[in-house]
Ligand binder design. Structure first.
Ligand code: BG6
Length: 475
């Protein structure tokens, strides 16, 4: 019957390109996330191996309208307030503020939109948590500069940050520099706008791009601390610990290696330096990072204040390459764990894995954590009266919230908040589908883009309201 600590930030999370729509309104420019089609080609485009640098008429691009939060944000935030949200995490579309990315002056209409959205949150005492970059890069920066492989992106990103901090200081305390920064290694076009040329050394490009993002993150952290004393800047990891397939030391070692692929980013952002294992790995892979003379001291002196992460599932790996090929449905290759159930999309359901992941991250970094994504993507079918009885989602969330409570109350992990992913239905990042729904609020829109966009409450809406009301006591 335990509760969460006083002031705990319960809420929900979304990302601009997955919910806003209005992709060409009020001066917004096109971004990498707008040329990701729904359907069979999506994965190849996201990985950077199939070049799709503009939209064509053969594909459907779900971000263009999404659930049109651009025009519905007041109604949506009112519903969040009705659930009792203390916090709403959303991202700012870079190309709404800098349509091309390399302009000197921001697009005022873009800034106005986010200021109004934030004012709406504040009216309901909802703390905004802003993701500065949730995978998006203005397309012009991709085609003209090669995206994050080019160091000039650091300056463009910092101009973007300066515009945001100037306009939003005093209104936003919590900031995240990059969503799931480690996604760059797994889906480089979706995660960082990287497209590869045939024969190019992809590993070199990815790590160089990662260095530029890490540097940009540190410089943004410095700027935020200077311009907005008292603000809190966090990094963001696509988390989920790797389990070894067996107790064979080789499998344990393989699992440690896979975890380190991801920890590497957070090690730099939280501890301020490249860990020795990462240096060795890059050396072995022939990666030579090009750095400026000040880069290492910038990283060292500007570490993040808290560690945020997404958690959907744990992962499983083996040293045996034949075995480790058998993957379950996650973006990051993982074997099927026979002890776990799976979602309809093959994502393995492991609440205790959340407690394990929280403890691992807290042991490693000793900084407050923030769970900024967790939830179940499922098919919701309205009954004859239009009601959605999503007890499967309630079960998933109940078990994960219990694990989170245990990590805090039993293990002493410091946790700032918990925002459920896709608190209102939105477009799935990995598949481009609407059918993969996470929300407490149903948005009437289908995979083909049809629907009234009408919002309605699912059963989980009232359930989560009670969870928040009782500060986690009633699950
Ligand atoms: C995270 C992303 O990877 O997982 C979100 O930050 C994404 O953008 C979420 O939507 C859930 O994944 P999916 O593929 O089910 O939308």
């Amino acid at each position: 019957m335990s509760k969460m600590p006083e002031g705990f930030l319960w809420g929900g999370a979304t990302a601009a390109n997955q919910c806003e729509g209005g992709f060409d309104l009020d001066g917004r420019g096109i971004a990498n996330v707008d040329v990701l089609p729904a359907g069979a080609d999506r994965r190849a485009v996201m990985s950077g191996r199939m070049k799709m640098l503009a939209c064509d008429s053969d594909h459907y691009y779900p971000s263009h309208e999404a659930i049109d939060m651009y025009h519905h944000y007041e109604e949506d935030i009112r519903l969040f307030a009705e659930m009792g949200f203390k916090c709403y995490r959303f991202s700012i579309a870079w190309s709404r503020i800098f349509p091309m990315g390399d302009e000197e002056q921001p697009n005022e209409k873009g800034l106005d939109f986010y200021e109004k959205l934030i004012d709406t949150c504040l009216k309901y005492n909802i703390e905004p948590l802003v993701t500065i970059c949730h995978f998006d890069v203005p397309m012009h920066l991709v085609t003209e500069y090669g995206s994050w492989r080019n160091r000039r992106l650091v300056d463009f990103y910092l101009n973007f940050c300066r515009a945001l901090f100037t306009r939003l200081k005093g209104k936003v305390k919590y900031w995240l520099t990059f969503n799931e920064i480690n996604m760059l290694l797994h889906l480089p076009f979706m995660g960082a706008g990287l497209v590869f040329e045939p024969g190019e050394n992809e590993t070199q490009v990815k790590y160089q791009a990662a260095h530029h993002e890490l540097l940009a993150s540190a410089l943004a952290t410095r700027m935020a601390h200077e311009m907005m004393p008292g603000c809190m800047v966090g990094c963001m990891l696509a988390a989920g610990s790797f389990y070894p397939y067996s107790c064979a030391p080789e499998d344990v070692w393989a699992a440690m290696g896979r975890d380190r692929d991801n920890y590497f980013f957070i090690d730099v952002q939280s501890r301020g330096e490249y860990p020795p294992f990462a240096r060795k790995r890059m050396e072995k892979a022939g990666v030579e990072l090009v750095m400026g003379p000040e880069d290492l001291s910038v990283l060292k002196e500007n570490t993040v204040d808290f560690i945020s992460f997404s958690y959907y599932a744990s992962r499983l790996t083996s040293a045996n390459p034949e075995l480790s090929k058998q993957t379950a449905g996650n973006v990051m290759a993982s074997m099927r764990n026979p002890y776990l159930k799976m979602s309809e999309w093959g994502w393995q359901i492991d609440p205790l894995g959340l407690r394990i992941t929280m403890n691992s991250l807290y042991d490693r970094y000793q900084k407050p954590l923030f769970i900024v994504e967790n939830g179940l993507g499922a098919v919701d079918t309205p009954d004859e009266n239009g009601a959605i009885h999503d007890d499967y989602r309630i079960d998933y969330l109940r078990a994960h919230i219990q694990a989170m409570k245990d990590a805090v109350n039993e293990d002493g992990v410091e946790l700032l908040g918990y925002t459920v992913w896709g608190c209102i239905d939105l477009v799935s990042a990995s598949t481009g589908e609407m059918k993969k729904r996470y929300g407490f609020i149903y948005a009437d829109k289908d995979n083909e883009g049809k629907g009234t966009l009408k919002r309605s409450k699912k059963d989980s809406f009232d359930w989560y309201k009670k969870v928040i009301e009782t500060n986690g006591e009633s699950l």
